[in-house]
Design a protein around this ligand. Sequence first.
Ligand SMILES: *Cc1c(COP(=O)(O)O)cnc(C)c1O
Length: 378
Amino acid sequence: MSVNQDFIYLSPPHMGGREQHYIQEAFDQNWITTAGANVDSFEKELSSYVGMPHAAALSSGTAALHLALLALGIGHGDEVFCSSFTFVASTNPIRYVGATPVLIDSEPSTWNLCPKELEQALHSRQQKGKLPKALILVHLYGMPSRMQEILDLCQHHGVPVIEDAAEALGSTYNGQQMGSFGVAGFYSFNGNKIITTSGGGALVSKDQALVEKAKWLATQAKEPTPHYHHTTIGYNYRLSNICAGIGRGQLGVLEDRVQQKRQVFNQYQTLLQDIAEIQWQPEPEGFVSNRWLSCFTVKKGSFITPEKIRLALLAEQIESRPLWQPMHQQPLYESCDYFGENVSNDLFARGLCLPSGTQLTIQQQERVAEVIKKCFRK
Ligand SMILES: *Cc1c(COP(=O)(O)O)cnc(C)c1O
C-alpha cells in the first residue's frame, strides 16, 4: 500500500519527533521485547497523565477490555451492560469470556449511554434478582458520557463501571480525565486514534491487584516457579518495548493533539456555519471532548443524505465515514436484550465523520467544506 499525497485521510498518525529517540534507546539497550524501560516509563507517564495510579501497557484496547473482564472474574452466566452505539471491540470481549451482553441506547446531548435507559435496565435486572457484573461505558468520538447520573446509578446498584476511553484519551468531565472514573478504564493506541503506538492499548485502575492480575494474564499466566507451571489460561497481550517507545514520544505531545483536534472541529464549524442542516456533536457545559473525529448529523427531513456527502467527498479524494452502526443493529448482536428508543439508530442514519487529522491545513479543510457546501446547493 502506498500513500497518495493528495488523498485526505480520516485520522492519520502524527508523530511528535521524540519517538525515534526512545526507540533508539531500546535498540542501544537491546531490549527488543515485551519488557524494558520504555514499557515501564510509558505506564508511569500514562498513569500520571490520566490520574490513575496503576497502568498496564498492552497489545490493543481490545486486549485491555478482555483482561479487565477476566480480572473482575466475569464469565459464563453473567450479564454485562454496554453502550450500544460503539465499535464492535467494545462488545466482543464480553463474548470472549462467555458472558452475555445487554445493550443500552444513547441520548442526544452527548450521543453516549442514556442514563434513563440504564435505570430501566438496572431496574429490570433487579426485579429478576440478578444484576449485571459490569457496565462498559463508551465515550464516543472523545465525548465524555453523562458521568454523574451514570455513576450514581451504578454505585446505587453496586455495578462496577469499565470505561471504554479508547477514543477519549485527553477528554475531561468536570476537569477529570476520562478513563479515571470507573474501577478500570482503557485506551487504544491504534494507528487512527488521537495518539498511537502503531498498535496497542492500556488498562488503568486505582486497584493495584486488578492491574497486577491483568499483567499476569497478559504474560501467559505463569506461576511463580522456576519452571513453566500453569493453572490458568493466559494470553500474550503485552506491548513491545519498541511500541512503548513510540507511545512515550506520543504522550509528550498529547496535549497539543487535543488542542489541534479541537481546532480542526472549530474550523469546520466556522467554515460550514451557513448550512443550517448540519448539526455538530454537542458538547455540554463541563464536558471537554478531545474531538477525536469531527462528526455531524444532517437535520431530519433534509434532502441530502450523509451517504451522498460521503460519496461526493470520496470523488474528491477525501475520506469520511458513517457514524458507528449500533451493536443492536448488528447481525452479531441483534438477538441481545436491548434498552432504548433507537436514538443511536437515528444518529447512525444521519451522521458522518469528517477527516480530522491533526496535520490538516486550513486549505485542506476548505477543500472538504467546499464539497459539502456543494452538496447542499439545490
Ligand atoms: C478503537 C476502539 C477500541 C479497540 O481498540 P483496539 O486498540 O483497536 O483494539 C475499542 N473501543 C472503541 C470505542 C474504539 O474506538
